[in-house]
Ligand binder design. Structure first.
Ligand code: TMP
Ligand code: MG
Length: 212
């Protein structure tokens, strides 16, 4: 076993239903970290800028139809194509705040009825986050928030299933944050969680892999 202690950046993932506030909070976190002199970048999945990401985007905006298994594997491929850059950044000491990751992949696809173990399999070997923060909001409350953007999964009925799937998927290591608090209260809690994680990784916490 490799026991060398190398400081590195933290891999922090934000998860939650659509409209739970992940995107706003992710960018606030990155500003906060940079303001504190901590090197940080905002990442998001799907990353719609790649070729695979464009296929995903076209599916989400209902411009194309794909078999449920096929789109699941594309979401996974979209994470795999970013894996080596992720490793480079983390090892260079950059903390990555990631808006959605493998948990979205499994929660959304298993909500369509795909087997959960089948959904997890293509994620095996990706980097495991140092912290998973779940922005907790009821599907009903999320739907009230300025409406959905009209993408494929942004429907109350489906989001209810996704909420159940997240419940089946989460473990004791997840940090559950009440997303119905004020923006500032949520922000403060996230900052504490992320700083802890950044410190651990600076002390050389080893990178691990999914699923763990
Ligand atoms: P976004 O709104 O965060 O850009 O995500 C687009 C949609 O894609 C959102 O409804 C969640 C869904 N999704 C999956 O179904 N599988 C995945 O692996 C990811 C990352 C997102
Ligand atoms: Mg969305």
């Amino acid at each position: 076993e490799d026991r060398r202690v190398e400081p590195r950046g933290a891999l922090v993932v934000l998860e939650g239903l659509d409209r739970s506030g992940k995107s706003s909070q992710s960018s606030r976190l990155v500003s906060y970290l940079e303001g504190s002199g901590i090197s940080a970048e905002l990442w998001r999945f799907p990353d719609r800028t790649t070729n695979v990401g464009q296929m995903i985007s076209s599916y989400l905006t209902n411009m194309s139809q794909l078999d449920d298994h096929t789109i699941h594997l594309l979401f996974s491929a979209n994470r795999w194509e970013k894996r080596s850059l992720m490793e480079t950044k983390l090892k260079a000491g950059t903390t990555l705040i990631v808006d959605r990751y493998s948990y979205s992949g499994v929660a959304f696809s298993s909500s369509k009825g795909l087997d959960i173990e089948w959904c997890k399999a293509p994620e095996v070997g990706l980097f495991a986050p140092d912290a998973v923060i779940f922005l907790d909001i009821s599907p009903e409350k999320a739907a009230e928030r300025g409406g959905y953007g009209g993408e494929r999964y942004e429907k109350l009925e489906f989001q209810r299933k996704v909420a159940e799937s997240y419940k089946a998927l989460h473990d004791a290591s997840w940090k559950i944050v009440d997303a119905c608090q004020s923006m500032e209260d949520v922000e403060k809690q996230l900052q504490d969680i992320v700083l802890d994680s950044v410190m651990e990784c600076q002390k050389g916490k080893p990178l691990s892999h999914l699923w763990s």
